[in-house]
Design a protein around this ligand. Structure first.
Ligand code: PLP
Length: 392
């Protein structure tokens, strides 16, 4: 399987076919497993082999197919699926931290990631230093000998800053710190963060991997030592396991992930090329455009500009609301990565709890709108955005 190209891995990777020879992967909707004799039960509790399971909180054949397929794509030795993206982020951090440890995190984080880094971890005695993730000098100044790990989103939400994974990894590794990357916004298709130097990559499978708005899920990828060691121990005892049904949805989602992400990114690039200069639009942020602040890095690190855009609408909150309310195809939703194009106004939804000063520091103005580009016809999307901008 290792020599297969990504698309082949996404269709055939990790398959565990039963004695019935089914074409589509089976859903093993079972909590537990039975043993032919007491000796087998005993030996399985001492050490379970690759295809030996004991309880669905520890692992399940359908879940394992999903884990192996995404691990094959990412080039990871192992993966472990979780009930949601946040269960993945929390466990990836908490499984290796204790009171007295220090971590460094980028400041621009998804809201729940920020809660974990800013509120939850300090409550358990972990010290957190926040930096501007795009500034390598800040990372350099923040890491210390006792820094256990660094954490960041490879592309930040909602302003789509691109963080230099290899650059941060070099700094972190020189200090003996582990690199944990939330790769959701760039997708597993367009950037292989492990190959760039990350030690652990985390996904919310809820986003592009499902891609059709159905199930919550997450996955953590890394070395066999990390996943089958501290990570699995933490998750199997704290209960963040993914449901086998949801694992099956994610597994089937992987089969079309490459096609969907490339179509969505092509749509995003077409919208990004068509809109600048349209009255009502102050600024358009897209990592695939030359005027993006990290355009060179984005070109080096990502295969495309990705599936996300940010638009700065004229007239602040009132202008942004008039724009959102006038859209006919793009839907107002804080989700992303979906086949349906989704728009959100971060200042009043996902980033509502921040103070105006905190939002300003992250570049989240009252006119900023985040767009997750879907699979609709690009011309229809451009026409919809144009007619809504005309109403601003
Ligand atoms: C959505 C998201 C998460 C959390 O994932 P859930 O599946 O909603 O728990 C974490 N990080 C990023 C960047 C996300 O977009």
């Amino acid at each position: 399987m290792t020599e297969w190209s990504p698309r082949t891995k996404l269709v055939h990777g990790g398959v565990r076919r039963s004695q019935y020879g089914e074409t589509a992967e089976a859903i093993y909707l079972t909590q537990g497993f039975v043993y032919p004799d007491a000796e087998t039960a005993e030996s399985r509790f001492i050490a379970s082999g690759e295809d030996e399971f004991i309880y669905a909180r520890y692992g399940n054949p359908t879940t394992r197919m999903f884990e192996d397929r995404i691990a094959a794509l990412e080039g990871a030795e192992a993966g472990f699926a979780t009930a949601s993206g946040m269960a993945a982020v929390h466990a990836a951090l908490a499984c290796q931290l204790k009171a007295g440890d220090h971590i460094v995190s980028a400041r621009a984080l998804f809201g729940s990631c920020l809660y974990i880094a800013e509120t939850l971890l300090p409550r358990f005695g972990v010290e957190v230093t926040f930096v501007d993730g795009t500034d390598l000098d800040q990372w350099r100044a923040a890491v210390r000998p006792e820094t256990k790990l660094v954490f960041f989103e490879a592309m930040s939400n909602p302003t789509l800053e691109v963080i230099d994974v290899a650059g941060v990894a070099e700094i972190a590794h020189a200090a003996g710190a582990m690199v944990v990357v939330d790769n959701v916004f760039v997708t597993p298709i367009f950037q292989r963060s492990l190959a760039l130097g990350a030690d652990v990559v985390v996904y919310s499978a809820t986003k592009h991997i499902d891609g059709q708005g159905r199930c919550l899920g997450g996955v953590v990828l890394g070395t066999k030592d990390f996943i089958r060691g501290p990570f699995e121990t933490f998750v199997k005892h704290t209960g963040g396991a993914l449901s086998p049904f949801n694992a099956w949805v994610m597994l089937k989602g992987l089969e079309t992930l490459d096609l969907r992400c490339r179509e969505q990114a092509a749509n995003a690039a077409r919208i990004a090329a068509a809109l600048p200069g349209t009255p009502g639009l102050v600024r358009l942020i897209y990592p695939g455009l030359d005027d993006h602040p990290q355009a060179d890095l984005a070109r080096r690190q990502m295969e495309t500009g990705g599936t996300m855009l940010a638009l700065e609408i004229e007239g602040g909150k009132a202008g942004a609301f008039r724009f959102l309310d006038a859209l006919r195809i793009l839907l107002i939703s804080n989700n992303l990565g979906d086949a349906k194009s989704l728009v959100t106004h971060p200042a009043t939804t996902t980033h509502q709890r921040l103070t105006p000063e905190q939002r300003a520091a992250l570049g989240i103005s009252d006119g900023l709108v985040r767009v997750s580009v879907g699979l609709e016809d690009a011309d229809d999307l451009i026409a919809d955005i144009r007619q809504a901008l005309a109403r601003v």
